[in-house]
Write a protein that binds this ligand. Structure first.
Ligand code: MTE
Ligand code: HPA
Ligand code: MOS
Length: 755
């Protein structure tokens, strides 16, 4: 079925934060961010700003009635800076005025005097100086140290992945309203309504039950609004708390880019050892995560990096250590893949380097080492693997041998254009790595006219989760889809929601919907059984007709519901779901953290213009393990979107902070994102339908994040094309592979230093 939002999206009628009609008396907030990346605040002079036209009030940390703290995992992030500033753009004051323009004009009149402190932007430097967010963590299996001596090939190196701006189309923002007796309604563009509610309660010093957070949909989140939406929502709530007026703040694009964190960049070391049959028998790696100035979600991101350190390969001896390093950049955060892609890049770089060293194709090593069912991941979980099935299906469907022959012929015939191919097999664990977060709730109402209203903890951010929730209810009740409406996500209706993240939103909330609908249906079946003197187990509904014993009872859904009401049957239900079997012990770094893994294989083909350093992605051919897709067009959109998002990260998107911690790539003129020309000329998706009983809804598998990882293939295909022009090209494993980097690979005189 079509995405239920497609009609209103197409007509521009869908409501986002900025479309909410303004209430009379609304005031507008703008944050004043620190102009320095690190230092002690000596003086903050608001005098002139306060006198500016339209200014109602300027808030600082002194106005926080509760705790000045919004840190989610570690309490290290003030809402408003009090003594020190830790990154450029860190909110120090909040101007509230009668118009946005007046608020912005007043911002310019704020004077701040800062005694500078040393600025760190590099994670390795931070580690050397002991600036760690949390203690380092190590995952181990087997014994790497004693294995090196058995290796036929050992390769060492470094791999670096850049940050990435989320660039959700809708920027961060919130709109808050005073309710009676001090309660506050918060409309927030957040993936985590409960995170907003919980932290607003801490900051305002009031109970969570006084805070109604409501989310209709987001114009994209991609992880950037899992935790980082809270700041703006709570700033508005603080102003509403004091002024008893509606307050709105929608960040402009440059503010958003400057003040919010991004994907965590990583700088990593690796050492890989293979036996003579190309089996990877040892892998050792150290990750340096650039966390930015506060923990935010970085410790959880770091954990997922470790969970994905061996991607889709079985390696019997692994030691992976990860450092979360504090720097003076905006706190970095969740971004599609949540550290997994950063970890997977490192082992792919190691394999690529080993292949070049040995003189084989990387895919020979990849294929030999695919994880099999029963193999153990370094964290103790046993794989239920589809890796080989995906790979072999890709070989069967796409004939990569033929592609490679075609590429070699092309490369032999062309001097200035070279093609390259790469395989990218993926394996992504589904579940929040923090086990307690794997729970969800749904509230289902059936109204007396037979229509159905559903609330869940799921936030619609373009990934189509509302459509999937509707499909679940429509299937269980067997009613037409127009009868069902999915309501906004609201903390007064659904409590204690986990953020919509970890690709698990449809799984968790879908199950909760299923449980609630089944409970109502059970009561309705009892009624039918009594009325028609049959057994409840013989009753079912098919296309709105009530059936029993194999035939229609000539009794329709609407009649059933009306009778249900008259018989005083509960037509509402609250469903709760928590997937069983998940556990993890961080002390020993072993457990079963994931409900299941998603597998897939992509084959990427690129062409490099060896005169200009520019390139095109000719084709990405994917076999993806969907389980049984609940919604093919939506899932296809997730694959295509994820793929292109990662191609952007791997090739174009270059975040530049200068040594003062100032963001230089602060607008779309200096930060290049993929456009239609970056999209592969061909994207082919083969649906691998696996019908396993897993813990996902309707036997589907989660699809939100895994396809992002296919984009890694583009990076390695480009390297292979460069090597076809210049076999002795020496390039570091650093991203993004911009045309400048390609040129340096093609023509650089000596080993390429950091671009
Ligand atoms: N797709 C769209 N269109 N917009 C988004 O913001 N976020 C991604 C992915 N796909 C996102 C998206 C991320 S980071 C996650 S975790 C999942 O969707 C979240 O939704 P799901 O759990 O329903 O897959
Ligand atoms: N994925 C995404 N978001 C999260 C996770 C995770 O594993 N844990 C906490 N937030
Ligand atoms: Mo996605 S990074 O888990 O919001």
């Amino acid at each position: 079925m079509k995405n239920i939002d497609s009609y209103s999206h197409l007509r521009g009628e869908s409501i986002y934060l900025d479309d909410v009609p303004l209430v009379a008396g609304t005031l507008f907030a703008v944050a004043f961010g620190s102009p320095h990346a690190h230092g002690k605040i000596l003086n903050l002079d608001l005098g002139e700003a306060e006198k500016m036209p339209g200014v109602v009030r300027i808030f600082t940390s002194k106005d926080v009635p509760g705790e000045n703290q919004i840190g989610g995992i570690v309490p290290d992030e003030p809402l408003l800076a009090n003594h020190n500033v830790h990154f450029q753009g860190m909110p120090v004051a909040l101007v509230v005025a009668e118009s946005v323009e007046e608020a912005r004009n007043a911002i310019k009149k704020i004077k701040i005097d800062i005694d500078p402190l040393p600025i760190i932007t590099d994670p390795r430097e931070a580690r050397a100086k002991g600036e760690l967010i949390v203690p380092p963590r190590t995952f181990r299996i087997g014994d790497v140290d004693s294995t090196w001596s058995q290796c036929a090939h050992i390769v060492e190196g470094m791999a670096e992945t850049n940050g990435q701006e989320h660039l959700y189309i809708e920027t961060q923002g919130a709109y808050t309203f005073p309710l009676e007796n001090g309660s506050i309604r918060i409309i927030s563009s957040t993936q985590g309504p409960t995170a907003v509610q919980r932290h607003a309660a801490i900051v305002l010093g009031i109970p969570m039950h006084m805070l109604e957070v409501d989310v209709t949909r987001l114009g994209g989140g991609f992880g950037g609004k899992e935790d980082q939406a809270s700041m703006w929502a709570i700033l508005c709530a603080l102003a509403t708390y004091h002024l008893k007026k509606p307050v709105k703040y929608a960040l402009d694009r440059m503010e958003d880019m400057r003040m919010t964190g991004k994907r965590n960049p990583y700088s990593s070391d690796f050492k890989i050892g293979l036996d003579k049959d190309l089996k990877i028998i040892a892998f050792e790696t150290t990750y340096h995560q650039n966390a930015g100035a506060a923990a935010d979600l970085s410790p959880a991101v770091l954990e997922r990096t470790l969970f994905h350190s061996t991607n889709t390969y079985f390696v019997p001896n692994v030691k992976a250590t990860a450092y979360s390093c504090r720097t003076n950049l905006p706190p970095n955060t969740a971004f599609r893949g949540f550290g997994g892609p950063q970890g997977m890049f490192v082992i792919e770089a190691a394999i690529d380097k080993a292949a070049k060293h040995i003189g084989v194709q990387a895919w020979e090593i990849q294929k030999k080492n695919l994880i099999q069912t029963g193999d153990e991941f370094p964290f103790g979980q046993k794989a239920d693997s589809e890796a080989t099935e995906c790979w072999e299906t890709a070989e069967h469907v796409y004939q990569p041998d033929q592609i490679q022959i075609r590429i070699e012929k092309f490369n032999a015939e062309n001097i200035l254009f070279k093609k390259g191919m790469a395989f990218m097999p993926i394996c992504f664990g589904i579940s929040f790595t923090k086990t307690p977060m794997n729970q969800a709730r749904a509230l289902v109402h059936v109204y007396t006219d037979g229509s159905i209203g559903i609330s869940t903890g799921a936030v619609e951010m373009g990934q189509g989760v509302n459509t999937k929730m509707l499909q679940v209810a429509a299937k269980i009740f067997s009613v037409e889809t127009h009868r069902i409406k999915i309501y906004s996500t609201n903390t007064f209706r659904i409590a204690n929601t986990s953020p919509s993240a970890a690709s698990a939103t449809a799984d968790l909330n879908g199950k909760a919907v299923e449980i609630a609908c089944e409970a109502i249906l059970g009561r309705l079946k009892d009624l039918v059984a009594e009325k028609f003197s049959v057994s409840p187990s013989e009753v079912w509904i098919e296309n709105e007709q009530v059936m029993a014993k194999g035939k229609s009872l000539d009794y329709k859904w609407i009649q059933l519901i009306q009778d249900g009401y008259l018989k005083r049957i509960g037509l509402s239900e609250h469903g709760h779901y928590a997937p069983p079997g998940l556990h993890y012990d961080a002390k020993i770094e072993k457990g079963h953290p994931f409900a299941y893994h998603v597998f897939g294989t992509a084959i990427t083909e690129v062409t490099v213009d060896c005169l200009r350093g520019t390139y095109e992605v000719d084709a990405v051919k994917i076999v993806h393990d969907f389980g049984t897709s609940t919604n093919v067009p939506i899932d296809r959109g997730q694959i295509e979107g994820g793929l292109v998002q990662r191609i952007g990260w791997m090739t174009l998107e270059e975040i530049v902070y200068d040594e003062n911690g100032r963001l230089r790539s602060n607008a779309l003129s200096t930060y290049k994102v993929p456009d239609i020309y970056s999209v592969p000329k061909e994207i082919d998706i083969h649906f691998l339908e696996t019908k396993k009983e897993n813990m996902a809804i309707l036997k589907s598998k989660a699809v939100g994040e895994p396809p992002l990882m296919y984009g890694i293939g583009t990076y390695f295909a480009l390297r292979n094309a460069i090597a076809a022009y210049r076999p002795d090209a020496e390039m570091t494993y650093a991203t993004p592979m911009t045309p400048e980097r390609v040129l340096m690979g093609l023509y650089g005189k000596k080993k390429m230093v950091e671009a």
